[in-house]
Design a binder for this molecule. Structure first.
Ligand SMILES: Nc1ncnc2c1ncn2[C@@H]1O[C@H](COP(=O)(O)OP(=O)(O)O)[C@@H](O)[C@H]1O
Ligand SMILES: [Mg+2]
Length: 613
C-alpha cells in the first residue's frame, strides 16, 4: 500500500467551489437542500419566538394578574409548538434523505468511473485507497452535505433574530451582552480547528491500521514463511499507540472546549442578569424583559458553536470530498474520441448496429511504448499478425511480452506509432468494440464471488447452462468441476479463494472461450496447471484457436510448439521469428531456450522418478 498517496492532504483552506462541484454532481439534491435551509430558518424563528412569548406571558398575564387574551396566547403557543414539531420532522427527514442519497449517488458514480478507467489507472492506485474513496470518504462527504448546512442555517438565523429581538427591547443592554460574542467566536474557531485536526489525525492513523490489517491478512502466508511476525507486530503496535495518543488529544480538546464556551455564555448571562436585575429593581425594566435577555444569552453559545463547527467540519471533510470528486472527475487516459462515441456509442450505451465486423488482422506500425514514468519498453516495434494466425511470444521475464499483448488489448495505447486492426487505427473504433471481440486470460486470473457457473457465464450472460458446460469441457475444466462438492453450483469464495490457481486459470479460460472472441490472448494462462492438464488444454487450445487471431505467452515452450509463428522477444525487440522447426534448425536464442528447458524438465522427471521409488 502506498502510504504517500493515502496520506496526501488536499486543500486546507475552506473551499466553497469544491462543495459547489459536489452539488453539481448531485443536482437532484439541490432543491432538497434549499428546503432543508428553509426548515432550519423556520425552526430558528420559532426558537427566537419562544422567549418573546415568555416575556409577554410574564409582563402581561403574571404582572397584570389577568387572563385576558389567554386563549389566543395558548393557541399561538400551541401553533408554534406544532410547527416546531413539523419542522424538526422535516429537517431530520430531509437531512437523512440527502445524506443517504448523496452517498449512494457518489458511490454509483464512483463505481461507474472505476469501470471506465483504463488499466494504467490501477497501476498507480492502491486498491485500499480506491475502496476508501467509495466507502468512508463517500460517507463522510454526504454526512457533511446532509447535516452541516442544517447547523449553519439555524445558527445564522437564530443569532441574527435573537440579536434583533434584544435590540428591539433595549439597545444598550444588547450591546453590552454582545461583548462576549467575539471571544466566543474566537475560542470556538480556535478549538474547533484543533479538535478537527486531531480527529483527522485519528482517521489517518485509522486508515493506516486498516491498510495494515489488509496487508497482514493478505500477506499472512508470506509473513509466516519469512518469520516476520515479530517485526510486523511491533510496527502494528506503534501504529495503535499513535492512534491512542492522538485520540486522547482529540478527546481532551473537546473536553476543554465545552466548559470554556459554556462559561463564556454564562458570563453573558451574568452580565444580563446583573444589569437587567438592577434596572428591574429600579423599576426601569419589566421582569419579562429580564427573562428575555436571560433566555437568549443562556443559549448564545449554541448558534456560535454551530457556525464555527460547521465551517471546521466542512473544512475537514474537504479532504474526503476532494478525493471523491477527483475520482469522479478523473479523465481516463484512454478515452474514445467524440467522433468515435458519436458513431459507436460509449461503454454504457453502445451502438452495436454501427459496429464493423472484426477479422482480426493486427499490425504494429512503428510502435513506441513506455509506462507512465517508466523507461521505454518498446521502441519502433513492428509486427503484422494475419487474421486467424496463432503467434507465440517467448523470452525472458521483463522482456515486454505482456506489454505487447496489453497494447493489442488497448489496455494501454502506443506512445508513438499506431496499432491497426483490420487496417484501421484502433483508436478510431470504440474500446468496447475491441474488447467485445477479445478473449483475454490473465496471468493471475480473477474470479468473482459466486458459483463456478456464474463465473464462466460472466463473459456472456445469455449463455445457457449447456453452453457454459460445453466451454468448460473444451478446456478440460469439467473433470475438476465435477469433483467439487456441488459441481457447477459450488461457490468459489471471494476472489476464487477456494480454488487453486490452476483451477482458476481453467475457469477463466472457459470464460474467455464462452464469449467466442475473434482475438484471443493467453498470457501465461497455463503456467499454474500441471503438465498433464496442460497437454489436455494444449489440444483444446488448438481447437479453440483455430480461425482466431491469437497471442500465446507461455513459459513452457512445449505449449507453443504448434504456433504458426514464434517470436522471441528480448529487451522489447523481436530477436527471432519463425516456426518451431525453423527456429530449432537456426540454433539461435529459441533453440537455446528450448534445449535448456527440455534438459531441466528431463532432470526434474528423473529426480521426481527417484523420489517415487
Ligand atoms: N504497469 C507497469 N508500470 C511500469 N512498468 C511496467 C509495468 N508493467 C511492466 N513494466 C515494465 O515493462 C517491462 C516489460 O514488462 P512485461 O511486458 O510485463 O514483461 P514480460 O511479460 O515479458 O515478463 C519490464 O521492465 C517491467 O518492469
Ligand atoms: Mg508477462
Amino acid at each position: 500500500m502506498s502510504s504517500s498517496i493515502q496520506e496526501q492532504d488536499y486543500t486546507q483552506k475552506f473551499s466553497l467551489s469544491l462543495w459547489r462541484r459536489i452539488l453539481n454532481h448531485t443536482p437532484q439534491y439541490k432543491p432538497m437542500l434549499v428546503w432543508l435551509m428553509v426548515c432550519m430558518g423556520i425552526s430558528a424563528v420559532i426558537d427566537v419566538a419562544f422567549p418573546m412569548m415568555t416575556r409577554y406571558a410574564i409582563d402581561h398575564f403574571i404582572a397584570e394578574k389577568t387572563t385576558e387574551g389567554l386563549p389566543g396566547f395558548i393557541a399561538l403557543y400551541a401553533l408554534l409548538t406544532l410547527t416546531q414539531v413539523v419542522t424538526i420532522y422535516c429537517f431530520l427527514y430531509l437531512g437523512g434523505k440527502i445524506e443517504t442519497g448523496v452517498c449512494y449517488e457518489m458511490r454509483c458514480q464512483g463505481f461507474r468511473k472505476l469501470q471506465e478507467l483504463p488499466f494504467s489507472y490501477y497501476d498507480k492506485m492502491p486498491v485500499g485507497y480506491l475502496m476508501s474513496r467509495l466507502t468512508s470518504d463517500s460517507v463522510r462527504l454526504s454526512e457533511t452535505v446532509g447535516w452541516s448546512l442544517l447547523d449553519l442555517s439555524w445558527g445564522v438565523v437564530y443569532l441574527i433574530l435573537s440579536i434583533a429581538a434584544m435590540l428591539s427591547v433595549d439597545v444598550r443592554l444588547t450591546l453590552l451582552v454582545l461583548l462576549v460574542v467575539p471571544p466566543l467566536g474566537a475560542v470556538s474557531w480556535f478549538f474547533q480547528q484543533r479538535i478537527l485536526k486531531a480527529h483527522r489525525g485519528v482517521r489517518k492513523i485509522n486508515s493506516q491500521i486498516t491498510g495494515s490489517f489488509n496487508e497482514g491478512i493478505m500477506g499472512a502466508k508470506t509473513t509466516k514463511t519469512l518469520v516476520r511476525e515479530k517485526e510486523n507486530l511491533k510496527e502494528f503496535e506503534a501504529l495503535t499507540e499513535n492512534m491512542r495518543s492522538t485520540s486522547v488529544r482529540a478527546a481532551s480538546l473537546s473536553a476543554l472546549y465545552l466548559p470554556i464556551v459554556v462559561s463564556l455564555g454564562s458570563i453573558a448571562t451574568a452580565i444580563a442578569l446583573w444589569q437587567t436585575g438592577n434596572m428591574a429593581l429600579a423599576g426601569a425594566l419589566k421582569l419579562g424583559t429580564v427573562m428575555l435577555f436571560i433566555n437568549y444569552t443562556v443559549q448564545f453559545f449554541d448558534p456560535i458553536r454551530g457556525i464555527a463547527g460547521t465551517f471546521s467540519e466542512m473544512q475537514s471533510a474537504q479532504a474526503a470530498a476532494e478525493r471523491v470528486v477527483s475520482l469522479l472527475e478523473t479523465e481516463p487516459g484512454i478515452k474514445d474520441t467524440e467522433e468515435v462515441i458519436e458513431r459507436f456509442g460509449d461503454s454504457f450505451h453502445p451502438k452495436k448496429e454501427n459496429w464493423p465486423d472484426i477479422r482480426g488482422d493486427i499490425v504494429f506500425d512503428h510502435v513506441d511504448f513506455q509506462y507512465q514514468d517508466g523507461e521505454k519498453v518498446l521502441e519502433d516495434f513492428n509486427l503484422r499478425v494475419r487474421a486467424g494466425e496463432t503467434v507465440a511470444l517467448v523470452g525472458p521475464t521483463g522482456a515486454g511480452k505482456s506489454t505487447v499483448v496489453n497494447l493489442v488489448c488497448r489496455f494501454y495505447e502506443p506512445t508513438k506509432g499506431e496499432i491497426l486492426i483490420d487496417g484501421v487505427d484502433y483508436r478510431e473504433r470504440s474500446q468496447l468494440w475491441l474488447q467485445s471481440n477479445l478473449g483475454y486470460v490473465l496471468q493471475e486470473p480473477h474470479l468473482f464471488s459466486g458459483t463456478v457457473m456464474d463465473n464462466i457465464r460472466y463473459s456472456r450472460l445469455d449463455a445457457t447452462d449447456e453452453e457454459v458446460m460445453e466451454a468448460a469441457r473444451l478446456v478440460s475444466a469439467d473433470t475438476f468441476i465435477q469433483r467439487l462438492d456441488k459441481g457447477y453450483q459450488t461457490e468459489v469464495g471471494e476472489g476464487g479463494s477456494r480454488l487453486s490457481t490452476g483451477e482458476k486459470q481453467l475457469i477463466s479460460f472457459a470464460r474467455a472461450l464462452l464469449a467466442s472472441p475473434a482475438i484471443f490472448v493467453l498470457d501465461e494462462a497455463t503456467s499454474s496447471v500441471d503438465t498433464h492438464t496442460e497437454q489436455v488444454i494444449q489440444q483444446a487450445i488448438e481447437k479453440v484457436l483455430a480461425g482466431r487471431t491469437s497471442f500465446i505467452i507461455a513459459h513452457r515452450l512445449s505449449t507453443v510448439r504448434n504456433a504458426d509463428r514464434i517470436l522471441v522477444i528480448d529487451g522489447g525487440k523481436i530477436a527471432e521469428s519463425g516456426t518451431h522447426q525453423e527456429l530449432m534448425s537456426k540454433k539461435g536464442a529459441y533453440w537455446r531456450l528450448y534445449t535448456t528447458q527440455f534438459r531441466e524438465e528431463k532432470e526434474q522427471e528423473l529426480l521426481g522418478g527417484k523420489e517415487n521409488i
